[in-house]
Write a protein that binds this ligand. Structure first.
Ligand code: ADP
Length: 536
């Protein structure tokens, strides 16, 4: 019986009332019982069977079995209904005897596994049904170590299908449904499990790293394993050239260091600079690189040093590099690199600052001699012209991440709005055309502002209806749900456009300086033919 459902309660009640004399219905119910000591001190408690033929077996479990039944909020109503249907209650307590108890627990574990296996079969069958597939020998599968969610089952079926097609040239059809074998499903299941194991071992391996000092230890807590970064190249709209170059420069050497360690020229590149106006996706690119190369991500910036490591920058920098080597492959992302490794050597430059800069260079160079180590320094800045020459030299590849033009804005909008429900009047091209000078981050803000419009409408509607109800002394109306939120309209974007404006003006001096710097030092700049090796 669906706990708490009035409809099934009424149906069941009707059925019970119409039962013939000689039938006894026994229901079982699992209950998390914190009050067992108080209410039923030890042993079984039998209530008297009256003229009524129904009984309820009430299994009282301590908390650790709560996972079987943790819909605690629904219990009161469901319990009331149950006791009305089954007025006689037999409570069965946990066995007191140690040996019996452990036997009993074992049996319970087995029951849980059986339930899981059954529910997995049901989930797989329902996904197969939905897409017009049939697996006659599905029951032979037994997945009892986890309860598969729909997303996992869909993945399994996808892999199973490709396996089926690769291994069976003939297609068999039953009741107008394509037949897929349990063997193929097993194949899909194995892939899922091997991916899960890989992820587990990656996470575990970070926990197992032996840290040398408190600096490494503190830093380790901030390291993001590749599986947790959550940004991939697909999440970044436009910037195709930059993405392609990064893939070639970074992914390959990190993934296949063996191919790159032969001569001198193909040595893995140890430093890449991403420069351009703020909000254009530099941080996202760095994260995507780490994700797709399966590398750990260490994010450092001057602001984190000043806030967390004040006065200890030198030791911190040293720990960054020693830890990065330990957990290689890793990406060290230096945000606002100009503030940490800038050249503004004003006479008042802090001694600690100078030492830290030095430490950075020394450790960075130290990396270069160890070819096998797969540590990449990715730096980002809005002010590359403020960088120390020595730093520029150590960042042989410099990629400009520029403001997007109209067609690229459209691509970015497509990515940002991929999961939103849009009204048919929306043309992304039109929105792209009205957002000249917007960065990726401005576009994101625009979309967020637009997405709030339908929600605000609902809140206002709720408020109005509530006021009317109060005025007329009627009960308050039910609140709306997310299903009532309407799709986004062009109007919303027009409204958002009035609220959010471009944060960088393309005519600003900084923009000109950036372009000039790109011409001189950047990849694809006019000095490209003069060979970048000049700076390597
Ligand atoms: P930067 O590091 O260049 O200042 P970020 O990478 O931090 O910029 O971008 C800020 C936010 O702007 C991102 O979290 C993302 O939501 C959005 N954004 C920027 N560029 C893009 C892009 N090309 N595609 C999708 N979203 C973007």
């Amino acid at each position: 019986m669906a706990a708490g459902s009035s409809e099934s309660y009424t149906v069941l009640k009707g059925k019970l009332e119409n039962l013939p004399e000689n039938v006894v219905i026994i229901g079982s119910h699992t209950q998390m019982d914190n009050r067992k000591e108080k209410s039923h001190p030890g042993g079984l408690l039998f209530t008297k069977f009256g003229s009524n033929q129904t009984a309820l077996l009430d299994l009282a479990f301590p908390d650790n079995f709560g996972r079987l039944h943790d819909r605690s909020k629904e219990i009161p109503k469901a319990m009331k209904q149950l006791s009305r249907l089954f007025p006689n209650k037999v409570t069965i307590q946990l066995p007191q005897d140690e040996a019996v108890l452990s036997d009993w627990k074992l049996q319970l574990e087995r029951d849980i596994e059986t339930l899981k296996a059954q529910s997995n079969i049901v989930s797989i069958r329902s996904v197969l049904n939905r897409i017009g597939l049939d697996c006659p020998d599905l029951e032979t599968l037994c997945v009892k170590d986890q309860a598969l969610n729909t997303e996992s089952v869909e993945k399994i079926v996808g892999w199973a299908l490709s396996y089926q097609f690769m291994n069976h040239s003939e297609v068999s059809v039953k009741d107008a449904k394509l037949v897929i074998s349990a063997e193929s499903i097993m194949y899909g299941l194995n892939i899922l499990q091997s991916i899960q194991n890989e992820n587990k071992s990656l996470k575990k391996s970070l926990k197992d790293v032996v840290t040398e000092n408190e600096f490494e230890k503190k830093l380790l807590a901030d390291v993001i394993p590749p599986t947790d970064i959550g940004v991939s190249f697909d999440d970044i709209g436009a910037l195709e050239n930059v993405k392609d170059t990064l893939k070639e420069l970074v992914m390959l050497p990190l993934q296949r260091p063996d191919l790159f360690c032969k001569g001198q020229l193909t040595k893995p590149c140890k430093g890449i600079l991403l420069f351009g106006p703020p909000g254009t996706g530099k941080t996202m690119l760095a994260k995507a690189v780490a994700t797709e190369a399966g590398a750990n991500f260490i994010n450092i910036s001057m602001s984190s040093i000043t806030s967390k490591w004040f006065g200890e920058g030198e030791k911190y920098v040293k720990a960054v590099f020693s830890l990065a080597s330990k957990i290689a492959p890793s990406v060290v992302f230096v945000d606002e690199v100009d503030s940490m490794l800038g050249r503004r050597e004003n006479p008042g430059e802090h001694e600690a600052m100078r030492k830290m800069k030095n430490e950075f260079m020394v450790n960075w160079d130290g990396l270069r001699t160890k070819d096998k180590e797969r540590v990449l320094v990715l730096a980002a800045t809005n002010r590359p012209f403020d960088l120390d020459e020595a730093v520029i030299r150590r960042l042989p590849r410099r990629l400009m991440v520029n403001l997007p033009d109209a067609s690229n804005r459209e691509k970015i909008l497509r990515v940002i709005l991929a999961k939103e429900e849009l009204a048919s009047d929306i043309e992304l091209e039109a929105i792209a055309n009205m957002t000249d000078g917007y960065s990726g981050s401005d576009l994101k803000n625009l979309c967020v502002t637009a997405a709030h419009c339908p929600i605000r409408e609902i809140l206002e509607k709720e408020k109005k209806e509530k006021n009317v109800a109060l005025a007329e002394n009627r009960p308050l109306p039910a609140l709306y749900s997310s299903a009532d939120v309407r799709p986004l309209k062009l109007e919303d974007f027009k409204y958002a456009h009035e609220q959010v404006c471009a944060s960088v003006s393309s005519e600003s001096t900084n923009m000109n300086e950036l372009l000039q710097w790109n011409d001189l030092y950047g990849e694809g700049g006019s000095r490209k033919k003069n060979s970048l090796s000049y700076f390597m």
